[in-house]
Design a protein around this ligand. Sequence first.
Ligand code: NDP
Ligand code: 8X3
Length: 255
Amino acid sequence: MKILITGATSGFGKAMAEKFAAEGHNLIITGRRADRLDALAKGLKNQFAVQVATKVFDVQSKSKVFDALSNDTNLEDVDVVVNNAGLALGRDFFDEASLEDWETMIDTNVKGLLYVTKAMLPYLVKRGKGHIVNIGSTAGMEVYEKGNVYCATKHAVEALSKSMRIDLVRHNIKVTVIHPGAADTEFSMVRFKGDEANAKAVYDGFKPLYGNDVADVSYYAITVPEHVCLNSIVMTCSAQPNSFYLHKSTEQARF
Ligand code: NDP
Ligand code: 8X3
């Protein structure tokens, strides 16, 4: 298979690239940090003898997404598009949160996912088959205190995944949405804007998901038989029963 993954410079996207390459699949990996993409591509090509192309762009920029993804013969036989790039910014009460943080989350998690999907669809439609895998979140299932706009963007990913599944079925395009719970990636460092103590505290007192857990589940979802579609997968670590309750060894409530 050939798989395009957005946000492959760290966390889930990087772990997926490593898993899919280890299983012999060719990749197009994307993100904004070119140095990381180049190092990952080089390592995977050497280790697994697969083809790995890189594309550097910000998913928030409509023109850059379409410049990067349009009219590229290497994309004509892409089987799977993984919309993974995304972020949270801030953990603040609604009245105290930053408008700029809200805009960046909406532009990345919602509009970026739409731009990438729209840019890739002509290839999948022309082929008459394909699979879109969107990375949502348990935050897209239930909102939690101070999660406001991040939760809203992930609710949008859930709604868009359902819509895509209906509208694209006539093109034989499957749509899966994966909703992970708390996972130890660079996510919290980004959310807390480099505040290491706050970021680390998120994962204190329990064993969270890791990138490879999400990569393994994603791999399963993209390798089921063609006539099977896993529509929606909610996956959490064993200590997390829902989006806002986390059973910590040190305290009962996460937030
Ligand atoms: P990381 O911060 O480790 O990775 C995020 C990835 O997204 C990076 O590769 C980053 O690349 C990319 N990215 C962010 N903004 C942009 C942008 N504007 N343009 C292009 N790429 C971008 O976090 P995770 O791996 O944890 O997050 C991946 C996805 O999973 C996100 O959608 C997140 O919301 C979701 N998620 C995370 C959970 C968690 O607890 N970690 C749980 C549930 C869902 P670069 O900076 O190089 O551009
Ligand atoms: C990321 C997980 O719990 O921070 O989507 O919302 S959480």
